[in-house]
Design a binder for this molecule. Structure first.
Ligand SMILES: Cc1ncc(COP(=O)(O)O)c(C=O)c1O
Length: 419
């Protein structure tokens, strides 16, 4: 072997050894650092709105794994049905009948204006399926070369290449060039910009009812009505991303039901299976043939465990009228926050729908998240300056009172430090 090749080999081996040495050291994680510095808390148990760490500390959970554990942790009815299913059968290929999946599809379409469901494993996959369905409908059924999806600034639609391209935030795109073609992003609520973006290739317009990751920005009803009218006029599919706003979070089963619009396609994940990985794309019946045999698939999507978790989640929500409850508790949460925080110079706005609530502050809030944790309350941010509150949809008045008191204290101390 040539001298230079030997040298290269030696360098590579040296590097490999170095990596292994680092890995064996306790202080260096063997995980990719893509989640940044994780919070220094190891949660080991959850019940309802409460979590415990490995040191025995208890936390009030206004985070819900980012809008996932909508029925609280380990909800009894869902847990028992999953346990029964675990005893029977875990996985079966989608090449076979899966009755639990049929039931889940019937329940979800029964609660919405959709007629058909496709099951996958995450929000990004559900949105990816929606983008594919919209393109395929135009190209295969209508025979039109339409492929473009228009989305909005500050939106968030996922981390696959297509869904991060659809996302209206540059930070998720850095270093991933080249991005797939066929996406345009315009300002939310700028109807003229939207009209200008629509062209002969436009296949769909995709948006969230409350931009969650983007800062708790509520879509204005007049704007949404205009978007729906434009879609009708130009034969464009209206796609609503309900990954964070669906499953009762906003006080209705699905966020778009506040507005009286009927999307052609909408997507679910997060709360749909109470914490078991699941995503769903729901669509109007006339789109059926666009996903003809062999056009799209998922190995795990809607397997007996996930489908059972979805069925159990929906049934538990129906029994306890959870969306309606979320609407009432959301009003209580917002009124309490307004009562306590209105005078704080650091608090600029309190807004939300149901139990997705944002507190916009006059500066970064990352430090407040840590302070909340030290005081026994978990919550997350939405952009740099917004505190995002996502309690369980079964949260009680007392738990809301407790959380608001902690947030009040955290903000007061933060303000005092600044002065
Ligand atoms: C509105 C919205 N869409 C899509 C996604 C992506 O979902 P997942 O992380 O399950 O792929 C998220 C995740 O936060 C979301 O909030």
């Amino acid at each position: 072997m040539a001298e230079s090749n030997l040298q290269e080999l030696g360098q590579a081996e040296g590097k490999e050894q170095e990596v292994k040495d680092n890995r064996s050291s306790e202080s260096v994680s063997a995980l990719f650092p893509n989640y940044g510095a994780r919070f220094p808390i190891s949660l080991v148990k959850g019940q309802g709105s409460w979590l415990w760490d490995d040191q025995g500390n208890r936390y009030l959970d206004f985070f819900s794994g980012i809008a996932v554990t909508n029925l609280g942790h380990a909800p009894e009815k869902v847990k028992n049905k999953i346990k029964d299913q675990l005893d029977q059968l875990w996985h079966v290929s989608n090449l076979f009948q899966i009755p639990q999946q049929e039931t889940a599809a019937r329940l979800l379409t029964g609660l919405s204006s959709a007629d058909l469901a496709f099951f996958c494993n995450s929000g990004a996959e559900a949105n990816e399926a929606a983008i594919k369905l919209a393109r395929r409908y135009h190209q295969k059924i209508k025979g039109e070369q339409r492929y473009e999806i228009i989305t909005f600034k500050q939106s968030f639609h996922g981390r696959t290449l297509a869904t991060l391209t659809a996302t209206g935030q540059d930070k998720v795109k850095e270093g991933f060039l080249p991005l797939p073609e066929g996406f345009k992003t315009v300002e939310l609520h700028d109807i003229e910009a939207l009209k200008a973006a629509i062209g002969p290739n436009t296949a769909g317009i995709m948006l969230e009812m409350v931009q969650a990751e983007g800062g708790i920005n509520l879509v204005q009803p007049e704007f949404l009505n205009e978007v729906a009218a434009l879609c009708k006029e130009h034969g464009i599919l209206l796609i609503v991303d309900e990954v964070q706003t669906g499953m009762g979070r906003t006080g209705k089963w699905f966020g778009h039901q506040h507005y009286g619009v009927e999307p052609d396609i909408f997507t679910l994940a997060k709360g749909v299976a109470s914490g078991i990985a699941a995503g769903v794309m729901l669509a109007k019946g006339y789109l059926r043939e666009a996903f003809s045999a062999g056009s799209h698939a998922s190995t795990f999507g809607g397997n007996p465990i996930a489908a059972t978790a979805i069925v159990a989640t929906v049934e538990a929500m129906q029994e306890d009228q959870v969306p309606q409850r979320a609407a009432e508790m959301g009003e209580y949460l917002q009124s309490k926050l307004k009562e306590k925080l209105a005078g704080h110079p650091f608090v600029l706005d309190i807004r939300g729908k149901g139990l997705i609530v944002g507190i916009e502050c006059d500066g970064p809030v990352a430090e407040l998240v840590s302070e909340g944790q030290k005081n026994g309350l978990l919550f997350v941010t939405a952009g740099p300056n917004v505190i995002r509150l996502l309690p369980s949809l079964l949260v009680t008045h007392e738990e809301i009172d407790q959380a608001v008191d902690i947030i009040d204290g955290v903000i007061q101390r933060h303000q005092a430090k600044k002065e």
